[in-house]
Design a protein around this ligand. Structure first.
Ligand SMILES: Nc1ncnc2c1ncn2[C@@H]1O[C@H](COP(=O)(O)OP(=O)(O)OP(=O)(O)O)[C@@H](O)[C@H]1O
Length: 303
């Protein structure tokens, strides 16, 4: 079952599409990493998904609820951690959450019970000091508790690990993994691919308001590598001869080796050519590029 679905979702500011015909679906229990550089349209997309920004065109559904038509029902099943969540600095975590619980019309006793559980869950159970003196990691974990107050089915997290130290990132990731095990669907935005690939089973890459790739981290790597061509490393015994396959787009030769950029995997042809020229091959492999390298090349190229 799709828990998030967008159809041609578009937001135009001053004649420019900040989000441009976005089509995506997120299944139940998925942790979806929504990745893109600053200004790509992540916050605007999430704003439309949680009913805070009105789309210029298109639709967005959370579970089967049309967010624009039925915003209150959408909010009931949605949790949201905004980028730069704000709390009352002079109140404790418990007092802050109690304040937020009023927006959900929770009964006092239910709210107190839920707040107690959540504060323990995000590792703030023993902290009694006011939130103003919290570290950024603590504030983000409190933000997560706030996003979970209404026991939502879908949780939207806008750049939740931004500015956290490595330990804070790991703590946050572990909580996210745990929430997903409870069957909740998580939509997690970030401009750092490395931070989400450990927790997300699906990623979508957004650039200039458009989804340019979507799938499991491995699928995205393969798909985007294909459009970039293949890097092949070849080493021979003796001096490396010039290779003639016309599918070689670029080549760097170095004594006994070459690094080739080819339009496709041409290892068979290279092997034949070297064999006919009586060279012995020491190494012939396709270089797998990391997801991060592919992301940076495809998203920032030409900027
Ligand atoms: N209220 C607004 N009025 C005009 N332009 C806007 C508004 N909100 C966003 N934009 C523009 O829309 C584009 C997308 O912005 P958005 O904040 O959604 O990107 P983002 O991917 O979340 O980036 P960041 O990580 O920097 O927040 C940007 O060019 C931004 O300047």
């Amino acid at each position: 079952m799709d828990m998030i679905k967008t159809e041609n979702l578009t937001k135009t500011y001053d004649g420019v599409n900040a989000v441009d015909g976005l089509e995506l679906t997120v299944g139940k229990g998925e942790v979806y990493g929504f990745i893109g550089p600053n200004g790509a349209g992540k916050t605007t997309t999430i704003g439309m998904m949680v009913g805070l920004i009105e789309p210029s065109a298109g639709k967005c559904f959370v579970r089967d609820v049309d967010v624009t038509r039925n915003p209150l029902e959408a909010k009931r099943i949605t949790g949201y951690l905004p980028d730069g969540v704000g709390f009352y600095g002079n109140l404790t975590a418990r007092q802050n959450l109690k304040y937020f619980s009023r927006f959900y019309a929770m009964k006092d006793a239910d709210a107190d019970k839920r707040i107690g559980e959540l504060i323990g869950y995000v590792g703030l159970g023993k902290v009694e000091k006011p939130v103003g003196s919290y570290s950024r990691g603590m504030k983000q974990r409190l933000g997560l508790a706030q996003a979970l107050l209404n026991d939502p089915e879908v949780v939207f997290l806008d750049e939740p690990t931004n500015g956290l130290d490595p330990q804070g990132v790991v703590q946050f990731r572990n909580i996210i993994k745990d929430i997903s095990k409870q069957g909740k669907t998580i939509f997690f935005s970030s401009h750092i691919l490395e931070e989400v690939r450990h927790v997300c089973n699906t990623i979508g890459i957004i650039s200039k308001g458009k989804l340019i790739a979507h799938g499991t981290p491995d699928e995205v790597r393969k798909k985007m590598s294909k459009s970039e061509g293949v890097t092949i490393v070849v080493k021979v015994i003796g001096d490396m001869p010039r290779l003639t396959d016309p599918r070689i787009l670029q080549a760097t030769y170095n004594n006994g080796s070459a690094i080739l950029q080819a339009s496709e995997d041409i290892r068979d042809s290279i092997s034949d050519e070297l064999y006919h020229k009586s060279f012995r091959i020491r190494e012939l492999r396709v270089e797998e590029r990391s997801l991060e390298e592919i992301f940076l090349e495809s998203v920032y190229r030409g900027d």
